[in-house]
Design a protein around this ligand. Structure first.
Ligand code: FAD
Length: 339
């Protein structure tokens, strides 16, 4: 019987597969999509994510960035990373780099959508295969999570995210975050002639409607050609009561997600993957829940706090001026998230 079946071949699932294979475990991955996988994402890998990938032997091509800047009206505040650079990486390039490492490790990735799972005291059954453990790494709207009976908490307020690439030289070696009244725009440098523009908002609207809240950015983007079609994500917030149920463990967005506002989803997915592999290798799945809580706590606290501020009338607009008045606090928060 295999040691591990992973459902989902995104960053979290492939990182679990690589880590487990390195620890000598036999792994099978089910991924529903074929080819290079793209996704709505601002595509900024925090320094912690770059290091976690390097530890797995994965070095995706991209454009290094050295911190985060916040802009609101005429106010700009910058926080530099202390732990080395982050990297802007196309999701397709990240997927290819991870897949290359997975293939080189001899791990089988089967293209199949999983709709049902079974588990008893000794094993799990998925897609006609058996294993000792099942990992749900199948993203925000996880099938494994619902099929295994994990409890989720309904979320009242959702936000929407969209992204598009532009053939433009980056103007900054920082991820540039601009705050408008109800939305934020993120510009991530991806290459010498490529940037990713992501828009997050608490109200629905097309990409162009959302972009109209940022007239300066719209004018800047109009100087370059769009280099991809628009991709979006909905219902980003997922509140999950627990991350382990018997022999089923959740990782990445499937384990719970708040918002891309602070940009460390991939770093959190990779940190969770590392903890999960450690628990499974020690045959202590019950330890994973606490480990996941520990590694994700700073990110959950900071992201929830910022989102809360975002929703308060008048307070959201004060975030950038406040960060400018308290640069040390801003730099400390950015570096906590940077990992
Ligand atoms: C708008 C937006 C901007 C973001 N910006 C950033 C950023 O700048 N930096 C950052 O670090 N993070 C960012 N994130 C978060 C980041 O994208 C996620 O945290 C990350 O993709 C989580 O990885 P994952 O492997 O858990 O899930 P995913 O990347 O979603 O991968 C899940 C995989 O599971 C597969 N799958 C799903 N269901 C099944 C099934 N039933 N059977 C088989 N396969 C299945 C899917 O095809 C997919 O390949 C952003 C997110 C959004 C929405």
């Amino acid at each position: 019987m295999r040691d591990l079946i992973v459902v989902g071949g995104g960053p979290a699932g492939l990182a679990v597969a690589l880590g487990a294979a390195r620890a000598g475990r036999e792994v099978l991955v089910f991924e529903q999509r074929a080819g290079e996988i793209d996704k709505a994402c601002a595509e900024g890998l925090m320094p912690g994510a770059v290091r976690a990938l390097a530890a797995l032997g994965v070095d995706p091509p991209g454009h290094d960035f050295h911190g985060i800047s916040y802009q609101g009206g005429a106010t700009v505040v910058r926080a530099e990373f202390r732990s080395g650079p982050g990297r802007g990486v196309r999701r397709t390039a990240l997927h290819s780099a991870l897949r290359e490492a997975v293939d080189a490790a001899g791990i089988t990735v089967r293209q199949q959508r999983i709709t049902e799972i079974g588990q008893d005291r000794d094993q799990v059954t998925v897609g006609g295969e058996r294993a000792r453990y099942l990992v749900g790494a199948d993203g925000l709207h996880s099938t494994v999570r619902s099929a295994a009976g994990f409890v989720t908490v309904p979320v009242r307020r959702q936000r929407w995210g969209q992204r598009r690439h532009y053939a433009l030289a980056p103007e900054s070696d920082f991820v540039e975050v601009t705050w408008a009244e109800r939305s934020e725009a993120y510009i991530t440098p991806i290459g010498p002639e490529l940037v990713c523009l992501a828009l997050l908002s608490g109200t629905r609207g097309s990409f162009d409607q959302q972009l109209s809240a940022f007239p300066e950015l719209a004018a800047r983007m109009a100087r370059g050609e769009p280099a991809s079609s628009v991709r979006g994500a909905t219902s980003m917030r997922q509140r999950v009561r627990s991350q382990v149920r018997g022999r089923v463990l959740l990782v990445g967005d499937a384990a719970g997600y708040i918002d891309p506002l602070t940009g460390e989803g991939i770093a959190m997915s990779l940190a969770g993957a590392r903890e999960l592999v450690d628990c499974v290798v020690r045959d202590r799945p019950q330890d994973y829940e606490r480990a996941w809580q520990r590694v994700s706590r700073p990110s959950r606290l900071i992201t929830s706090g910022l989102l809360w501020a975002r929703r308060q009338p008048g307070v959201g607009q004060a975030v950038v001026p406040l960060a400018a008045r308290l640069p040390r606090v801003f730099t400390a928060a950015v570096n906590t998230l940077a990992g």
